[in-house]
Design a protein around this ligand. Structure first.
Ligand SMILES: NC(=O)c1ccc[n+]([C@@H]2O[C@H](COP(=O)([O-])OP(=O)(O)OC[C@H]3O[C@@H](n4cnc5c(N)ncnc54)[C@H](O)[C@@H]3O)[C@@H](O)[C@H]2O)c1
Length: 325
């Protein structure tokens, strides 16, 4: 007989684990909400009193933790980029938490990192903790617009710094929380996974935007073209909407691009960012934040096809201030 979520949890939670969620923003709050929905109780911690108050008043956490002492599972959900610039990774917060855990954390407890972290971060945390606690990375794939199917409980990638860390994480995320997991090793694969999957999606959408701009210039209905092409069994072209927005797709693709450019001379991701920039201009949307990081682009249509009409601005004659509306 298949157990429902609550039964599943009760069966596997005989140890009655004490859980602390660190960071109560979108991800931490959703984790707390999910844990409550499966009959678990968690405490919370956040440097923002507002975030703590929101979680407390919604009843998704029991109390604000004044200390990190006495917990079995610490789930890190804090932001990992600069608040003033989402394209700059900022890990001081994560390392400060690790330092505090090295003093106050329960030896043998699990430190699960749900936040997006660059390659090498998990092992550095393990080092700070002197492996007195188990460190695992289970990057979040949360989609705010589709919380039921793609919220906290959806297929997640899981890796431990070592085998004992993996086992500990498997018990918590899979057996206790009931989250299906795909186990990988080494942990660097889990660290790369989240950003690379978002970078891949960025590329796919940028291709749709490119073709939409060309179709507009040719007087062809892109949606009709797309619908026709998508009848082929192995093709699924995205829709071109209002530009590649949200937080994670632009931020994560930029992070992957910064790695890639160290090893290869040109990157599809750079072209995709330029396409998205041109597309936004083409449809009259504000330019993306990462435009500041790109060289100016100047793209014209084929002579004869559209008399050299610009497929998409921007070009050198358009200052960024001009475009940012
Ligand atoms: N939101 C998403 O859809 C999503 C999806 C997948 C992964 N992620 C990743 O999850 C992480 C959290 O994202 P989010 O959307 O919840 O961010 P958020 O900005 O909504 O929340 C982050 C919270 O962390 C708190 N915080 C920051 N530094 C802290 C510290 N040192 N100690 C305690 N609390 C601290 C902030 O006050 C804030 O409440 C990020 O790494 C993000 O990239 C987010």
């Amino acid at each position: 007989m298949k157990l429902n979520d609550k039964q599943h949890t009760t069966t596997n939670n005989q140890e009655n684990k004490k859980i602390l969620i660190i960071g109560l923003g979108q991800i931490g709050y959703s984790n707390a909400e999910y844990m409550k929905s499966v009959g678990l109780q968690a405490d919370g911690f956040d440097i923002s009193e507002k975030a703590v108050a929101r979680a407390l008043s919604a009843g998704v956490i029991q109390k604000k933790a004044e200390s990190f002492r006495g917990y079995d599972c610490y789930i890190i959900c804090i932001s990992t980029h600069l608040i003033s610039d989402m394209f700059v990774p900022y890990l001081d917060g994560v390392y400060d938490i690790a330092k505090r855990l090295s003093v106050e954390g329960t030896p043998g407890a699990l430190v699960g990192i749900d936040s997006t972290i660059p390659r090498g971060t998990a092992k550095k945390i393990l080092e700070i903790l002197g492996h007195r606690m188990h460190v695992a990375h289970v990057p979040h794939r949360y989609c705010a617009g589709d919380r039921d199917e793609h919220g906290v409980k959806q297929m997640r990638v899981l890796a431990g710094c070592s085998n004992c860390c993996k086992e500990k994480a498997l018990n918590f995320y899979n057996e206790i929380l009931g989250i299906p997991v795909h186990i990988v090793r080494p942990i660097e694969i889990a660290e790369l996974c989240k950003t690379v999957e978002n970078a891949y999606r960025f590329l796919e959408i940028a291709f749709a935007e490119e073709m939409k701009m060309v179709c507009d210039n040719l007087g062809i209905n892109f949606d009709d073209l797309r619908e026709a092409i998508n009848t082929k069994w192995n093709i699924k072209i995205h829709r071109a909407l209002e530009g590649i927005g949200g937080h994670c797709l632009p931020k994560d693709s930029r992070m992957v691009f910064e790695i890639n450019r160290k090893y290869i001379n040109s990157s599809l991701l750079e072209a995709a960012q330029k396409i998205d920039w041109q597309y936004r201009t083409h449809i009259g949307q504000p330019i993306p934040l990462y435009a500041d990081l790109l060289e100016p682009v100047n793209v014209r249509g084929e002579q004869g096809e559209n008399d050299g009409k610009e497929i998409g601005l921007p070009n050198a004659s358009y200052t960024q201030a001009h475009l940012r509306r």
